[in-house]
Design a binder for this molecule. Structure first.
Ligand code: EPS
Length: 396
């Protein structure tokens, strides 16, 4: 199964990701990863930093001649901004500097990890916290997830997303639904499928930026092609909805997750919530049946139903405000205005790509949990045998 970890600071030399458990023989090239990294860098409302960075991956292990070897896949993404921060972020002690520190942050930002991290880790400089709490870290997650996406694609699973809400403005779902969700969403500066709402969202971002303020929003992740039966009902930590929710909530600034109808399900009666089951002979992947609706968002009993997986993820406004909120300076204990470092007005479009990444990592893990395999051939054999077995079930 998939294990992954990341390391690296926002203004350090690089970010790194290590992904373990990927079967051998999966075709993988740097361009697969770079395409995802580029998608994460897009979005109206980002700050100047995204003009500095051009994220590309270097494989340090686990890939040879365009294929995975089964070894841990190690990846490095350089921070171009490191050139401007070497003296601040130098791992070596710096003689002559007071406490060896430059650009220390003590006017901690409300809503950020600055204060809680500084107290917990017993630091005097919140930069030791914010450099890692920074959403820059999600670059490494997207790199790790590009491997997971490549594995899922080999089994016909596609992961996409679009922005459905920004700072008080809803986007309406398009009619008809696009054949390639990400191609449609990536063509929009906000990754939304409602051009009319997008115009109003852009005007709202511009107005809020003039005020030195920030905006949050909601993205919807949609995954198609999943077979019935990933995850499990038998134990709390194997339920796929719980695993997905935990993964989504680990994204910086994310405050809420809904699957299918989500909170709306609580307001309706059972007849208005549950999806009727109808025969669909020949549709082996979904067990020879389909759901007449998909209000459950593709999960029943903590397992995939084979219907599209639909997860909505809510992000709060970024906590770095150019017109700062009141705080306490941790160096003096006195009231102060929070620090106002360069930042984004909104990063909700990027969050959608990151939510796709977390979904891909969880789903690749669940796929390998079900089908196993040390090589792609072995995983495929197990997968295909399961689908063949499903084809022979409810056939009357
Ligand atoms: C971030 C602040 C900004 C963002 C950054 C996340 O960076 P900086 O402080 O260098 O201006 O641009 O996001 C990224 C660098 C990225 O790659 O997404 C923060 O404080 O979280």
């Amino acid at each position: 199964m998939i294990r992954f970890t990341t390391a690296g600071e926002s203004h350090g030399p690089a970010l790194v990701a290590i992904v373990e458990g990927v079967p051998a023989g999966l075709p993988l090239v740097a361009a697969d990863v770079d395409a995802q990294l580029a998608r994460r860098q897009q979005g109206y409302g980002r700050g100047r930093r995204m003009q500095i960075e051009r994220d590309t991956v270097e494989f340090l292990g686990g890939v040879r001649a365009g294929e995975t070897t089964g070894a841990p896949i190690a990846m490095r993404v350089a921070n171009r901004d490191w050139a401007n921060w070497q003296d601040v972020m130098d791992p070596a002690p710096r003689e002559g500097d007071e406490h060896g520190r430059r650009r220390a942050v003590t006017r901690v930002r409300p809503g950020h990890a600055d204060l809680t991290g500084l107290l917990k880790y017993d630091r005097d400089d919140a930069r030791d916290i914010l450099e890692r709490a920074s959403a820059r870290e999600t670059t490494a997650r997207v790199a790790a997830a590009a491997v997971a996406r490549t594995l899922l694609a080999a089994f016909g699973v596609r992961v996409g997303s679009h922005l459905v809400h920004l700072g008080g403005i809803d986007a309406r779902p398009p009619q008809p639904w696009p054949g390639d969700l990400n191609a449609a969403a990536d063509a929009s500066p906000l990754r939304t499928l409602d051009p009319e709402a997008e115009e109003r969202m852009i005007a709202r971002i511009d107005a809020v930026k003039r005020d030195g303020n920030t905006l949050g929003g909601i993205c919807e992740v949609v995954v198609t092609g999943l077979p019935v039966g990933l995850g499990s009902h038998v134990s709390w930590d194997r339920k796929l909805d719980g695993r997905l929710a935990a993964a989504m909530m680990s994204i910086p600034a994310v405050k809420g997750v809904e699957i299918g109808l989500g909170f709306e399900a609580a307001r309706r009666t059972g007849a208005e919530v549950h999806d009727e089951i109808v025969p669909a002979p020949g549709e082996a992947r979904t067990g020879g049946v389909r759901r007449a609706t998909n209000r459950a968002g593709g999960l029943e009993g903590g397992m995939t139903s084979g219907e599209p997986l639909v997860v909505r993820v809510a992000m709060k406004p970024i906590s770095t405000l150019m017109r700062p909120l009141g705080t306490v300076d941790t160096a003096t204990g006195q009231a102060a205005e929070a620090t106002a470092e360069r930042s984004d007005v909104t990063a909700v479009p990027a969050m959608g790509v990151i939510a796709e990444a977390m979904a891909a990592l969880v789903l690749a893990d669940a796929l390998l949990e079900k089908f196993g395999g040390d090589s792609l051939t072995e995983t495929r054999r197990n997968h295909d045998a399961y689908i063949l077995h499903l084809a022979g079930r409810l056939s009357g």
